[in-house]
Ligand binder design. Structure first.
Ligand code: PLZ
Length: 447
């Protein structure tokens, strides 16, 4: 595996000098409880003060292996110099003008890269925003404006954000939606392909359930957009069965519906291609991106067919900070690193190391019902042996075990029983192997 020197001066070794969380983190956690809303949760209460390569260093001096990348954000590695140098340089030049007031070239360059890198050789346009949720909201605005229709179709197990509209688009109640309604109208949810749970029903068949539902309950002519995640993230790292996405995209095309691929978690080389929908051979009309786009700076985008993106009246899209110059500089650095270092290849290398070991673990631990994912977006789904009954308790226990042993892991899934892996592409192989060895020990201890 090719590893570029992007360790930010951090020793690439797991080191535990205290329990996790250590005393300083515990002290800070007490301050957090006093200062921060209880509504903002923390997965692993070890406060971080430096990071690089595949390591997060906490305030007690522990070196933790980062298997989460801040939820698929620091794909190019934390504090990658291509990003931090560009940020520092831009911050010294100017920090903000508001692109809608006085434009700057960085914004245009990010749009040019997105138009070039996203699937399809049609003419494209891009608009920049801050968060993933904001990108999805704007994709819906654009699709409605272009089609003059209102209905938006989303999938079971889908996740699109925490703002009012995107909460409505999101499938899972706890913790995202509970007590926060009412939600926006004209949102419809249809069956998603979930191979592990679909029994004998293949991708085409599940797509037919979905399109029949659209036809009968909404009417294809009333639908502005179908929004999918090409690999469902918060829903459980679900890779759709072959044929599902193609069938949905074909239906959208036949009915003048804007097909939107939400690549906020799966995009930017994470799955071994620049965008995860490329694995399906589908060219979406619009693509939403965020997270991995800018190495940790807040930036998001909607990219798509010029005629759709340009259908909005002038001034209809924007926001004070959208495409902030510092965030754009970070994105340009991040994209340059990905292109120079064959980031897609690095993601595939991670898959080649992890999948065989996870499959070997599955042989020994019948609680692993499924091993799945693409590239550096991988997961295991935990069940009660011999069934598909979700085993969320084991996922939580394993997670605790990994955290206590210095590996930052995350769970996910509608049933909370999926253990997911999102290492930065700068993760050295020896740390990746070590994280897997600790996971294996976790199974020995907990299963
Ligand atoms: N679309 C596909 O994965 C963010 C959510 C973490 P924002 N996923 C992580 C949490 O608990 O809040 C996400 C996503 C997909 C949209 C979003 C939303 O992106 O940048 O968090 O708004």
């Amino acid at each position: 595996m090719t590893i570029t020197a992007v360790d930010n001066g951090v020793r690439q070794e797991r080191v535990l000098v205290t329990e996790i969380p250590g005393p300083r983190s515990q002290g800070l956690m007490a301050r957090k409880v006093e200062a921060v809303s209880a509504g903002v949760g923390v997965v692993l209460p070890a406060f971080i003060e430096r990071a690089g390569g595949g390591i997060l260093v906490d305030v007690d001096g522990n070196h933790l292996i980062d298997m989460g990348s801040g939820i698929a954000v620091t794909t190019v590695g934390n504090a990658n110099p291509y990003v931090s140098d560009a940020v520092a340089e831009q911050a010294h030049e100017f920090t903000h003008t508001c692109f809608m007031v006085n434009p700057y070239v960085g914004y245009v360059e990010v749009c040019e890269h997105l138009n070039r890198l996203t699937p399809g050789d049609h003419e494209k346009r891009t608009a920049l925003f801050n968060s993933g949720a904001e990108a999805v909201e704007n994709a819906v605005k654009v699709a409605r404006s272009y089609t003059k229709r209102q209905a938006v179709v989303v999938l079971e197990h889908g996740y699109h954000g925490r703002t009012n509209l995107t909460m409505g688009l999101t499938a899972k109640n706890m913790p995202y939606k509970h007590s926060f309604g009412p939600f926006a109208p004209e949102i419809y949810r249809v069956p998603a392909s979930y191979p592990f749970r679909d029994g004998p029903h293949g991708g085409k068949e599940v797509a037919e359930w979905a399109t029949t539902r659209i036809e009968k309950e909404i009417g294809g002519d009333n639908v502005a957009a179908i929004i999918v995640e090409p690999v469902q993230g918060e829903g459980g790292f679900i890779v759709p069965a072959p044929g599902y996405m193609t069938a949905l995209a074909e239906y959208a095309k036949a009915h003048g519906i804007v097909f939107v691929s939400d690549e906020i978690q799966a995009g930017f080389c994470r799955t071994g291609d620049w965008f995860a929908i490329e694995h399906e051979g589908v060219v979406p009309d619009l693509i939403t991106t965020a997270k991995g786009i800018a190495g940790g700076m807040p930036l998001s985008a909607v990219t798509g067919r010029a005629e759709i993106m340009d259908a909005v009246h002038p001034g209809g899209l924007g926001g004070t900070y959208g495409g902030n110059p510092v965030a754009c500089a970070a994105a340009l650095g991040s994209i340059r690193w990905m292109e120079e270092n064959n980031a897609c290849g690095l993601a595939r290398d991670i898959e080649a190391v992890m999948v065989p070991r996870l499959k070997a673990m599955q042989e020994n631990f019948p609680q692993i019902g499924d091993v799945r994912g693409r590239g550096a977006m991988l997961a295991i789904e935990l069940v009660e042996p011999g069934t598909v009954n979700p085993n969320a308790a084991l996922a939580a226990e394993l997670n605790r075990y990994c955290h206590q042993h210095g590996v930052v892991t995350l769970t996910t899934g509608t049933y909370g029983n999926v253990f997911r892996f999102l290492p930065p592409l700068t993760m050295p192989t020896h740390l990746l192997e070590e994280a897997l060895t600790i996971l294996e020990a976790g199974f020995e201890a907990c299963a």
